[in-house]
Design a protein around this ligand. Structure first.
Ligand code: MG
Length: 380
């Protein structure tokens, strides 16, 4: 691709309501976007970085610094060496070794891929060899008032929207009672729980392994990230003692970590987040690894706009993604979204079929939501 330049913008988006997790409450959802201009077209990429970050994911300002600094600098230098031409998209994410660099490179990869697909008139699903409708799951956080009644109401709303799988956020002290209540109300609903690393095996009483064992009776699809992200050994031990499969999310920071976790028996289900792994193509390799190892995987989300979610809906059609991904409609959690989403029908979403990853954003809404914009011209 002959590169003209790259735009980096920050959108000030807000969540419809606070989303409580064991690791904190999400309220705002600023989004970092990348627009690549080249070959007479433009392509959009979305960065997964959130305002506050997580235990393993750097916050948005840190990722923005990496993107506008070393990551974009490296890509513009590559274009300069190539007489204005960018190398193959697979080369863009190869060099990023740190978490911020991987997230930044993932956004850039998405934008370049989107631009290249628009030039050739292909959809991302066609490029990946997918396109069939995929199951969409939704998330229910810990209610602000911590009442089972509020949780039940949120669950009923999501079930009413047709989602066949729900992921409930849990933490020590908000686990057995709320999960029992949801299970009693919805005996056949596919349920997962996500602890965001909040439990400790050695802890007695409220934070200990017995609280996780108490969840075994509810027929959960998996318990996600029960323990600290860096402790694969403890997850392997827990997986031996729990009936419910142990799923890893924050622990899976790279393909190497995924490989190690699977080999140790620490990862019986994998939540794969393309942004954290270094992009859509890295996530494709991760899904292939999971398929070969017989580990069911699903596409995990960071409250994306319709752009990121559309990319994930196309990705989720790959064989390794055996479980419903975080593919709920962004209008369910974002106050506004300049990108569209195909919509969830009967619990499934069909990835966009037009050129690129998703239809272009609404320009007026995009400008209204933009709080920061920088343009990086390609070297002449
Ligand atoms: Mg998670």
């Amino acid at each position: 691709m002959r590169l003209e330049g790259v735009e980096v913008r920050t959108l000030d988006l807000a969540l419809r309501g606070p989303v409580g997790t064991a690791a904190g409450v999400h309220r705002l959802r600023p989004v970092l976007l990348v627009r690549v201009v080249g070959d007479g077209a433009e392509g959009w990429g979305e960065c997964g970085a959130m305002a506050e970050g997580t235990a393993v994911d750097p916050p948005l300002p840190v990722v923005a610094e990496s993107l506008c600094g070393p990551v974009l600098g490296g890509v513009l230098a590559l274009a300069g060496e190539g007489g204005g031409h960018l190398p193959d998209v697979t080369a863009l994410t190869a060099g990023a070794a740190d978490p911020a660099g991987r997230m930044a490179a993932a956004a850039l990869e998405m934008a370049v891929l989107d631009c290249a697909l628009r030039v050739t008139g292909r959809s991302l699903a066609s490029y990946l060899g997918t396109g069939a409708p995929v199951e969409a799951g939704a998330l229910v956080g810990i209610p602000a008032d911590r009442t089972v009644a509020a949780l039940r109401q949120s669950v009923d709303e999501q079930v009413g929207r047709g989602y066949p799988r729900l992921r409930l956020k849990i933490e020590p002290g908000w686990d057995e009672e709320p999960v029992r209540a949801v299970r009693l109300a919805h005996p056949d609903l596919r349920l997962q729980v996500d602890a965001n690393g909040a439990y400790r095996l050695g802890a007695r009483g409220a934070g200990g392994a017995e609280r996780l064992r108490a969840l075994d009776e509810f027929g959960l699809d998996c318990i996600e990230q029960p323990l600290a992200p860096d402790d694969l050994e403890a997850h392997a031990h827990l997986a031996d003692t729990l009936f419910t499969p142990v799923c890893l999310d924050e622990s899976l920071t790279s393909l190497g970590r995924l490989e190690a976790a699977v080999a140790m028996g620490a990862c019986e289900v994998a939540c794969l987040k393309p942004a954290r792994l270094g992009g859509l193509l890295a996530a494709r390799r991760a899904a292939e690894l999971c398929r070969a190892a017989g580990v069911p995987a699903f596409v995990g989300g960071f409250f994306e706009t319709g752009l990121g979610r559309s990319a994930h809906a196309a990705l989720a059609g790959l064989d390794g993604f055996a479980l419903a991904g975080d593919l709920s409609d962004p209008s369910g959690y974002l106050e506004s979204d300049p990108f569209g989403y195909p919509g969830v029908v009967g619990g499934r979403v069909c990835p966009p079929t037009g050129p690129g990853i998703s239809p272009p954003p609404d320009p007026d809404l995009l400008d209204r939501l933009t709080s920061d914009l920088r343009w990086f011209p390609a070297p002449a």
